[in-house]
Design a protein around this ligand. Structure first.
Ligand code: BGC
Length: 841
């Protein structure tokens, strides 16, 4: 299993015949990829008092830096003028080295100020459009610069390996090829605007469960053919920085993993930027700097005083410190940050950001199901609509954790639907399921008390103790909404919301963790017996004071909300039901089902009105026992601040759904690549095995003959498509041997303009004695055609797509011989197939 570690010295590549030379180069073959690395030339001027001339200038700076100054460049610190970003480096003002600010930015720039809350990367990826990823990157790049940042902690190149992983919405795809294409273009987009991109989390941070400690075991071939592809593409695109992951890789912490950081990243791939740790992911001083970690974030636990002492004590050569500083300064210089007169920061262009946000949300939307012409809404169906669900009224913008962005503004789907439906239409709304609870009637409590508007001044405690009576047994949900410190709530002597610390504090098992006004929400559901119950609420005020409200939902409230939703559904011609699942960094999902009472709500509403469309604002694959009752299902993931408008565009058919799944949706929880084997997920004894090998995502479903709920690449359009005339010949874009040119015709056979994602897959080589996918994605093309229009599509399949990683030779090896080539609409709908001989180069 441990080849990646044991054979590491031989990983620098061999240029033998039949071997695809060099690990560099993403080799993107999608025809939409714009050429060139695209780093805008930011020809830097010399810092005021440094010597002129590139590398010499950095050397000269290094000579003038003291050891204290050098190590201060190697670890984060507190920002005295923080803009709310994740990381800060003070710089060395006396030598003209400016401070460096580092903000999160998976789905927009995360600072205190508002920014464009972009759709989650998984929705971007669903458009299968590298050019769109570049546009998205440019929004992040420009906004990052405008909001005072120098580095963005994005993109996340980790693959979607399990549908349970809490950060799947921040990732792009389960497919390595697609991820690589998109990550590369996003890096280019970000850096074209002068912001330094940080590809993260290197590597194998594919789950949140035990992420700080888990030891991920993956074989060399698996690593190269799956998870590493996105990182390699980011390096090829010129990413300025790499973030090391929390977890261990093959026994060694990722942030002190020499085979990964030194031998592969720098040695094989030629990375010349700097490596920073994930936040608190550095574990040592000597081992980490020796392995190639350049910067510890967010503080200096290991690279502050301990590093200075290690240098003075001789356990770390000063040359190692110099090398790390050199890498950081060289990258800063490359982006013009050391210039005497650095380029002025651009102003924000919020309108342009919003336009891209809407475009991406609409482009990535995946229509999973559409029966009996439920969508698009038109004619009578568009004039009488019931909107149901809490997230129909309060928009679901983005996921939690470091991907959270404060949006400029986010209209609600209900308003967007009302606006689009127009004056002659009736749009009614029903909540369906209460997420935030109703106030506890003051008269229910003895003594009477208002627990809904409590404001407690700093340091001034507040307490209520009393009773309430229930006439019959009931299921209650008690909710506390609060700012500042959470108040204590004891029911019959038991604390309902025990304090937990950390990033997952507000994780509520997929239910929304905050109220529309931003207050944190915690819930507890209990079976209460008839009789008297004792309630005690204690608020300490804390340093900053606190606000809170205590709310409740009874069985009767639940039943009334459901009945109201059913009544509203019956009264309308069409129903649009918004369902959600709130995922966050730091926690994996515990179930693939929709949380709370949403399954029951969908069943009841769809039974009342079969013209029900379910709009899913979920993070990743969801199980859908209710599917067959619905008319349509539209997967919008986390759609960003313009999600409402984009959703309306799709529902009413102003935009054709051109998104396709970048991950397989399993039919049930047991039938996933990791299902049923705890060693694969979540790991046993702190160790996790990637024993599915190269068969990640759709490759596993094909290899195991498992039928998914929806396959990779699936997505319906409002029009119909026909594929014909497949021709495959050796020789790709430039006619090179070892590559293929695949041509076929795609015809819009329907009556509407539509968008299609034509996909090309290749079968295994008979001449390689290596494990190979049954079908690997080799290329794709997004195209929009008028009704009746046909287009000849060319997809060039490059050598990388036809190669496997040979762990004996530590190199890519071309899969020669007769191979099958497939083209069609998804990994499971491939009407065209042909055979071709791949000749060695
Ligand atoms: C996350 C990173 C993030 C960093 C800074 C970490 O917990 O894993 O993705 O960039 O925090 O916010």
């Amino acid at each position: 299993m441990n080849e990646a570690v044991s054979r590491r010295s031989a990983m620098r590549l061999i240029g033998a015949a039949g071997v695809v030379g060099g690990a560099l180069g993403a080799g993107a073959c999608a025809p939409t990829v714009p050429p060139g690395a695209g780093l805008r030339s930011t020809a830097p001027a010399a810092p005021a008092d440094a010597e002129p001339g590139g590398a010499n200038r950095i050397d000269a700076l290094l000579e003038r830096l003291t050891l204290d100054e050098k190590t201060a460049l190697l670890h984060g610190a507190r920002d005295p003028a923080s803009l709310g970003q994740a990381g800060y480096l003070p710089g060395v003002p006396r030598l003209g080295i400016p401070a460096l600010r580092l903000a999160d930015g998976s789905a927009g720039v995360r600072v205190t100020e508002t920014a464009t809350a972009l759709p989650a990367p998984v929705l971007l990826a669903s458009a299968f459009d590298p050019a769109l990823a570049r546009e998205y990157g440019r929004v992040v790049g420009r906004e990052g610069r405008a909001l005072g940042q120098d580095v963005v902690l994005s993109p996340m190149a980790n693959l979607i390996r399990t549908p349970y992983a809490g950060r799947n919405f921040e990732a792009f795809a389960e497919d390595p090829r697609l991820t690589a294409d998109l990550v590369g273009e996003m890096v280019r987009g970000i850096q074209e605007e002068g912001l330094i991109a940080t590809v993260k989390h290197f590597a194998l941070n594919n789950q949140e469960h035990g992420r700080d400690t888990v030891d991920v075991i993956a074989a060399e071939q698996t690593l190269h053919e799956t998870e590493l592809r996105g990182f390699e593409a980011a390096v090829a695109a010129g990413a300025g920085a790499v973030m090391g992951a929390y977890n261990r890789v093959n026994g060694v912490h990722a942030c002190e993993n020499k085979p990964l950081l030194d031998e592969l990243l720098r040695g094989s791939w030629g990375f010349d930027g700097w490596v920073m740790s994930d936040w608190d992911a550095a574990h040592s001083t000597v081992a980490a700097i020796g392995a190639g970690l350049d910067m510890e974030m967010p503080g200096g636990t290991h690279f502050g005083r301990p590093l200075r002492e290690a240098v003075r004590g001789g356990t770390v050569p000063e040359a190692a410190v110099d090398l790390a500083v050199h890498r950081i300064l060289t990258t800063m210089d490359r982006f013009g940050l050391l210039a005497a007169r650095p380029a002025a920061r651009p102003p924000r262009n919020a309108a342009a950001g919003a336009r891209v946000a809407r475009k991406v949300a609409a482009a990535g939307a995946v229509l999973l199901r559409n029966e009996h012409g439920t969508l698009p809404l038109s004619g009578a169906a568009a004039r009488s609509i019931a909107v149901i669900g809490p997230t129909g009224q309060v928009p679901f913008v983005g996921g939690g954790g470091s991907a959270h962005v404060v949006p400029d503004g986010a209209p609600a789907p209900l308003s967007a639907i009302r606006q689009r439906a127009g004056n002659g239409s009736t749009v009614r709304y029903a909540l369906g399921e209460d997420l935030y609870g109703r106030p506890l009637p003051a008269t229910l409590l003895t003594p009477a008390a208002d627990l809904d508007h409590r404001v407690v001044a700093p340091g001034r405690g507040w307490r209520h103790e009393g009773e309430f009576r229930l006439a019959a047994d009931d299921e209650w949900t008690l909710l506390v909404h609060y700012t500042g410190q959470r108040p204590g709530v004891r029911l019959d002597g038991e604390e309902l919301f025990p304090v937990r610390q950390g990033i997952t504090e507000h994780y509520a098992g997929g239910l929304l963790g905050s109220a529309p006004d931003g207050m944190a929400v915690r819930r507890r559901t209990l079976a209460l017996k008839a009789g008297t119950h004792r309630l005690a609420v204690t608020a300490a005020g804390g340093d900053k004071g606190q606000r809170f409200r205590l709310r409740h939902i009874t069985g009767a409230i639940r039943a009334a909300d459901l009945a109201e939703a059913v009544k509203t559904a019956k009264s309308a011609r069409s129903v649009v039901l918004f369902a959600y699942e709130d995922a966050t960094e730091g926690r994996d999902r515990t179930s693939l089902a929709l949380p709370g009472g949403q399954e029951r709500l969908i069943e009841a509403v769809a039974a009342a009105n079969p013209r029900t469309t379910v709009v899913l604002n979920t993070s990743s694959g969801t199980t859908m026992p209710w599917l067959s009752r619905t008319g349509a299902v539209l997967q919008m993931y986390y759609p960003g601040q313009e999600g409402a408008g984009a959703t309306a565009d799709l529902l009413f058919g102003d935009v054709d759904p051109g998104g396709r799944l970048t991950q397989t949706f399993p039919a049930d929880e047991r039938a996933t690549p990791v299902g049923g084997d705890p060693r694969r997920y979540p790991g046993v004894g702190g160790r996790q095995e990637y024993s599915e090998g190269i068969h990640v995502g759709h490759r596993w479903y094909d290899a195991q003959h498992v039928t998914p709920l929806f396959p990779f690449g699936h997505g319906l359009s409002y029009t119909t498509w026909h594929y014909e005339g497949l021709a495959v010949r050796p020789g790709g874009a430039r006619g090179q041997r070892g590559s293929l040119r695949v041509e076929f015709t795609v015809r819009n056979t329907g009556r509407r303009k539509g968008t299609e994602v034509a996909q090309v897959y290749v079968g295994p080589s008979p001449e390689l004695q290596l494990d190979q996918p049954v079908r690997a994605l080799a290329g794709y093309r997004r195209l929009t055609l008028a009704p009746g229009q046909a287009q000849r599509v060319t997809v060039d399949v490059d050598a990388r797509a036809l190669s496997s990683w040979d762990p004996e030779r530590h190199a890519w090896v071309l899969g020669t011989g007769r191979r099958e080539v497939f083209a069609g609409r998804s990994s499971r709908d491939l009407p065209l197939r042909s055979k071709v001989v791949v000749a060695s180069r």
